[in-house]
Design a binder for this molecule. Structure first.
Ligand code: AMP
Length: 181
């Protein structure tokens, strides 16, 4: 399993999908899973830029990971976003027959992030929601990196400010470095 990490607008989904396609792995995005569920309440929370509850999130992701247990390698995008979620994932990896090969953290400056989100047009890309999502990233998601490092998971920081193809090459390099570590 490869986990993509980074603030909203860093390119997690673009890079995650590309990596998954090139290796014939499964791309699993929690944001995408949630957008596909018809639930007004969930979508209202998302539109405000807030995180949905760990309980709901873990049930939804748990089902998706159980379905592919032992079948395919997975590129995970958008999870974990909190240390509690990271703990849950580590505890349940054997159940999902998965192992974390690498955490790829995409690094992009705030100015570029806001520019990218401004042109994307998702309901949660409205300025107020973007601020809430960025805040959630800084307060709740960033500590996840340290948690993974402490647990011995290979974390690689990749400069995400270049063309899609160049960032993909950097991601592949980071992944190779984790696999050979
Ligand atoms: P994303 O597509 O990753 O930007 O996610 C869009 C929205 O889905 C987030 O702003 C949250 O509202 C919700 N979401 C996605 N992943 C998670 C998660 N791991 N925990 C809680 N909420 C999530």
């Amino acid at each position: 399993m490869v986990i993509f990490f980074g603030p909203p607008g860093a390119g997690k989904s673009v890079q995650g999908k590309l990596l998954a396609t090139k290796h014939a792995w499964l791309w699993l995005s929690t944001g995408q899973l949630l957008r596909e569920i018809e639930d007004k309440h969930l979508h209202q929370i998302m539109a405000r830029g807030e995180l949905i509850s760990d309980q709901d999130m873990n049930v939804i992701l748990g089902k998706a990971l159980k379905k592919v247990a032992g079948v395919s390698d997975v590129v995970l995008d958008g999870f974990p976003r909190k240390v509690e979620q990271a703990k849950w994932l580590m505890d349940n990896l054997p159940d999902f027959k998965q192992h974390i090969d690498a955490v790829i953290s995409l690094n992009v400056s705030d100015t570029v992030l806001f520019e990218r989100l401004n042109t994307r047009g998702r309901p949660d890309d409205a300025p107020k929601s973007v601020t809430t999502r960025s805040q959630a990233y800084h307060d709740q998601t960033k500590p996840v990196l340290e948690y993974f490092q402490k647990r011995g998971v290979c974390v690689e920081v990749v400069d995400g400010q270049a063309s899609v193809e160049i960032v993909n090459q950097r991601v592949e390099e980071a992944l190779r470095s984790c696999l050979s570590a």
